[in-house]
Write a protein that binds this ligand. Structure first.
Ligand code: NAP
Length: 205
C-alpha cells in the first residue's frame, strides 16, 4: 500500500458531482498537504432528503468520470456497497483501519452538513478519529458557522476547520433544476459528467 501520510475522505451525495466539489477537494489537498483525497459518494443517507436521491450506481460512475484526470483523487465505493444506512463513523473507521499508519485523516464536506454534526452517530468517536474540513459556499453565514463551532464541546469544535470555497457558488440542486427546466449546465461540471447525465436521462423532471 502506498505510503500516505495525510489523506482525506470527501463525503457527499454528489447528485451530481460538479466543479465546486472538485475545486473544494483540490483546495483542501493543497492547503492541508494531502497525499490522497478519496471521494466517497454516500449510500443510503440516514438524514431524509427533500428530493429523491439518484441511484447510487449513477452517482458513483459520475464521480469516477469527474476525478479521472487528477492523480491525487480516487473514488471509493464503500458507502454505496454497505447495506443499510450510511454513517460517517463506519466509513471513517474503515479508512482508519485500512490506512492505519497515516498521521492525519480528514473528512471534507459541506458546511451545511457540518451544522448538523451533533446529530451524527458517535460524533465524539468520529472527532477522535479524524478532523473535519467544512467547505463553505458564497452566502454561507461565516459568523454563525464560527459561533456554532465555538459553542460545540471543545473536543469536537477544535477538530473542525473552515475552508471558504468561492467555486461552491455551483450547487447540485441548481444543476438538477437546470436540467429539469432544459437550461444549460455547461461549464458547471466536467463535460463527461454532463454527457453522462444527458445519455442516461437523469434529472429530467
Ligand atoms: P447534503 O445535504 O447533500 O449537502 C449539504 C450541503 O453541503 C449542500 O449544500 C451540498 O452542496 C454541500 N456538500 C455536500 N458534500 C460536499 C462536499 N464534499 N464538498 C463541498 N460541499 C458539499 O449532505 P450529504 O451529502 O448528505 O452529507 C455530506 C456528508 O456528510 C456525507 O458524506 C454524509 O454521509 C455525511 N453525513 C453523515 C451523517 C451521519 O453519519 N449520521 C449524517 C449526515 C451527513 P451540493 O448539493 O452542491 O453538493
Amino acid at each position: 500500500m502506498a505510503n500516505f501520510k495525510r489523506i482525506a475522505i470527501m463525503g457527499g451525495t454528489f447528485d451530481p458531482i460538479h466543479f465546486g466539489h472538485l475545486v473544494a477537494a483540490e483546495a483542501a489537498r493543497d492547503s492541508f498537504k494531502l497525499d490522497r483525497v478519496f471521494f466517497v459518494p454516500s449510500g443510503n443517507p440516514p438524514h431524509k432528503k427533500n428530493y429523491p436521491v439518484t441511484d447510487a450506481k449513477h452517482r458513483y460512475l459520475m464521480t469516477n468520470l469527474a476525478v479521472a484526470a487528477n492523480p491525487y483523487f480516487e473514488v471509493s465505493p464503500i458507502e454505496i456497497e454497505r447495506p443499510g444506512y450510511s454513517y460517517a463513523i463506519d466509513t471513517v473507521t474503515e479508512f482508519h483501519n485500512k490506512y492505519n499508519d497515516v498521521d492525519k485523516l480528514y473528512f471534507i464536506t459541506g458546511a451545511d452538513a457540518i451544522l448538523e454534526i451533533l446529530t451524527w452517530k458517535n460524533v465524539e468517536k468520529l472527532t477522535e478519529l479524524c478532523c473535519f474540513i467544512a467547505a463553505t459556499r458564497p452566502g454561507t453565514n461565516l459568523e454563525e458557522l464560527r459561533r456554532f463551532i465555538e459553542e460545540l464541546p471543545e473536543k469536537i469544535g477544535k477538530k473542525i476547520h473552515i475552508m471558504e470555497v468561492p467555486a461552491l457558488a455551483i450547487s447540485s440542486t441548481d444543476i438538477r433544476n437546470r436540467v429539469a427546466n432544459h437550461r444549460t449546465i455547461k461549464y458547471l461540471l466536467p463535460e463527461t459528467v454532463e454527457q453522462y447525465i444527458m445519455k442516461n436521462g437523469l434529472y429530467q423532471s
